[in-house]
Write a protein that binds this ligand. Structure first.
Ligand code: SF4
Ligand code: SF4
Length: 215
């Protein structure tokens, strides 16, 4: 009422959408444990999941074999989806996210059932989570990492304390395991992309190692 009307020039000019627009649902399949919660809670029954069980050999001699679910199919029928977001809310493993992508119209309604490859492609269009409020509680993962770093720094700062990086010092690293100084050998750890809601992707998995969602 109080704003001047503006003619959208789409498709020549892309609209400026709010960052948390509910355009389409992206799947981060590494986080999906095939728990079926999303499919069960979807009011429209428009999520289709197929899986099979795989036996994982025992990690130690005499240990028990474990079985885990392997995802075969994950599809969402967007001709039925009502964009309620329940599936995203209930996913305990942060495998589903809203993407602002909206250009997926089809001329045949049957083509609106999108399979896991397409859902995964949309995952990379999910925006980064908004920054926390200044007074918000620090996420548990960050707080744990910060405390460990502070403890290490305090131990190093103590006069006469053994240098944890000195191979001769008690508790120092084993030289056999120390990577080549050139950086060409040894292993390095990398962190995954950071998630949306908590993409945040911050909770654990069963079986598959947990990765974080998009940045
Ligand atoms: S947004 Fe709602 S209707 Fe659409 S797939 Fe998720 S739970 Fe089902
Ligand atoms: S609720 Fe999440 S983890 Fe469970 S099947 Fe759905 S997407 Fe996968």
């Amino acid at each position: 009422m109080t704003r001047k009307s503006v003619t959208a020039q789409y498709p020549d000019v892309q609209p400026e959408l709010p960052p948390r627009t509910r355009g389409v649902i992206g799947l981060f399949e590494e986080n999906c444990t095939v728990c079926m919660l999303c499919a069960r809670e979807c009011p429209d029954w428009c999520i289709y999941i197929d899986s099979h069980k795989e036996t994982v050999p025992a990690a130690t001699p005499g240990g028990r074999e474990r079985s885990r679910n392997v995802l075969d199919r994950f599809a969402i029928d967007f001709s039925l989806c009502m964009y309620c977001g329940i599936c995203i809310e209930v996913c305990p493993f942060d495998a589903l996210f809203w993407s602002p992508e909206f250009e997926y119209a089809e001329t045949d309604i049957r083509d609106l059932t999108h399979e896991r490859d397409k859902l995964r492609e949309w995952m990379w269009t999910v925006p980064a989570p908004p920054a926390l409020d200044p007074g918000a509680e620090e996420p548990k993962e960050l707080a744990g990492a910060r405390k460990a770093a502070e403890k290490l720094a305090a131990a190093q700062a103590e006069p006469g304390a053994p240098d944890p990086g000195d191979p001769q010092a008690p508790g120092g690293p084993d030289t056999a395991d120390t990577p080549d100084a050139s950086g060409t050998s040894g292993t390095s750890s990398t962190s995954g992309t950071s998630g949306t809601s908590g993409t945040s992707g911050t909770s654990g998995t069963s079986g598959t190692p947990r990765q974080e969602g998009p940045a």
